[in-house]
Design a protein around this ligand. Structure first.
Ligand code: GDG
Length: 472
């Protein structure tokens, strides 16, 4: 007796925390994946989630957390270094994000990536019921679909990539490019954020692996076919809206503005502290507007929340130092007593505080160099229950495909960003509302439930066709 739905992801949706008294408890972890999948699990009661709980404990038993069945996968220190920090975050992450940082290629990292992927696949094979559905997530686990297909040909296997899939010119650099493509082809359905990513994948499969393709379908020699398509991820829009409207969050938003000295405009950035997010360039652009005299620290403040992330990876430590220095310099040069230009917070917050920040901010600034989607942009829109608030958004975030009414910017163009920030600052309230209203409609219609059910429906369909073929 196995499970009808198995979610396989690098991380479990919880973090282990040790209380001051030495007790171990679990706390829901922040991050895009968790925010998106949790509601899906709940609607498919009885499912199970396989993932790494963080840390190096070797013998953790499966457990329940707030109604979710969780199966922890152990990881050795060396695997964390080579599979997670190494191949996932030092090779694939920069390669898939336009080579914003230089990817490193190490053969030991690749060996670790293969063996961890194999172990996750074996665990999924063990837990899945006959003909069950397995949904594998993200760049850390791209070999799982193929390993799993070899072990359990009866399963329906879906794969979803949360980050961009790069154009061939970049993907080609990867010494193990063919193995990654073949790994993904173990799935019945491979989902991406944007149509362009799905097209990149199909083209690469044709060129590099030599399979026949037609539009979004890949035909394998064994008669199986694989579909590659876009499923732009979203958020629990109604949930955010409700939270944002609550008395506690409304009061807290007011208190935040007061604590900032009730400026005319509050700018806000919330990102994992990651070099793909364009935090440095955005803060520079903002500071130049003050330096140039477009507005004053009495009128405006930029609140930048940088959520600690991947702190063991060298490039992330360097980035943190760079931003610390930049913020120090900007505040030293431009701030006044009780009036910093940038209010910088290196921390993570509970959801309520996030919602209060979104409600407190007049202008949300999201300027990644490349981002699969960017849920922060969507959350801001969902929380603007009074239909005001301006969004300045990078063209290179997946979210820009849907949020066309944002002030769209090229994050490499500092002057262009300055112009957009200033336009958003000076925009007429009527114009701001016109744009926000349109974006709110988009988000309300395409929420995370719609995302998950369209992926699931498609997965049933693709593998259904397959099944009929074999029956005939
Ligand atoms: C990857 C892709 C894609 C952040 N800080 C806190 C917190 N968060 C939550 C946000 C949001 C999520 O984490 C971040 O999601 P993003 O989409 O902005 O960025 P990534 O983490 O890079 O996510 C991305 C996503 O996967 C989903 O597919 O959109 O492109 O890179 O939900 O609210 N939540 C709480 N406290 C924090 O301090 N509670």
């Amino acid at each position: 007796m196995g499970h009808d739905l198995v979610i396989v992801a690098n991380r479990l949706p919880v973090d282990r925390v040790t209380t001051p008294s030495g007790e171990t408890t679990w706390r829901r972890s922040p991050g895009g994946l968790v925010a998106a999948i949790e509601p899906v699990m709940r609607t498919h009661g009885g499912g199970v989630w396989i993932g790494w709980p963080g840390g190096t404990d070797q013998d953790m038993e499966p457990f329940e957390d707030d109604g979710l069945s969780l199966v922890p996968m152990a990881m050795t220190e060396q695997e964390i270094e080579e599979y997670y920090e190494g191949f996932s975050n030092g090779t694939l992450w920069p390669l898939y994000h336009d080579v914003v940082a230089k990817p490193e290629f190490h053969r030991e990292w690749w060996d670790a990536y293969q063996s961890v992927n194999k172990r996750f696949a074996e665990k999924a094979a063990e837990l899945a019921a006959k003909n069950a559905t397995v949904w594998v997530h993200d760049y850390q686990l791209q070999l799982v679909p193929q390993y799993l297909r070899d072990l359990r040909p009866d399963l329906k296997i879906g794969f979803y990539l949360h980050i961009p899939f790069p154009p061939g010119e970049l993907f080609q650099q990867l010494p193990w490019r063919r193995q990654i493509l073949e790994g993904l082809l173990g799935a019945d359905l491979v989902g991406f954020q944007l149509p362009g990513a799905a097209q990149n994948f199909v083209r690469l499969v044709r060129q590099r692996v030599g399979h026949k393709t037609h539009r979004d379908l890949v035909y394998l020699p064994d008669g199986r076919s694989v579909r590659a398509a876009a499923f732009p991820i979203s958020i629990d829009a109604a949930g955010f809206e409700e939270l944002a409207q609550s008395d506690a969050v409304t009061d807290r938003a007011k208190a935040i503005r007061e604590a900032l000295g009730n400026p005319t405009k509050v700018f806000l950035g919330i990102d994992r502290l990651d070099y793909t997010k364009g935090i440095y360039a955005r803060l520079r652009a903002y500071s130049e507007l003050i330096r140039d005299g477009h507005f004053d620290v009495e009128d405006a403040v930029f609140v930048q929340v940088a959520v600690p992330s991947r702190e063991q990876v060298e490039q992330y430590r360097i980035l943190r130092d760079e931003i610390d220095r930049l913020v120090g310099r900007i505040n030293g040069d431009l701030g006044r007593i009780g009036r910093p230009a940038i209010s910088y917070l290196h921390t993570s917050y509970p959801r309520e505080e996030m919602a209060a920040l979104y409600r407190a901010a007049d202008i949300m600034v999201v300027t990644p160099y490349r981002d699969g989607m960017n849920l922060v942009a969507k959350e801001y829109v969902a929380c603007r229950v009074e239909e005001d608030g301006a969004l300045v958004l990078s063209e290179f975030a997946g979210a820009a495909d849907e949020l066309r009414q944002a002030w769209l910017v090229n994050p490499y163009d500092i002057n262009g960003m300055k112009a957009a920030l200033l336009e958003a600052y000076e925009a007429e309230p009527k114009e701001v509302t016109r744009r926000m209203r349109a974006m709110r409609k988009t988000i309300a219609q395409n929420d995370v439930k719609a995302w998950a059910s369209s992926f699931m429906t498609e997965l049933e369909d693709v593998s259904g066709v397959e099944h009929q073929k074999t029956v005939r």
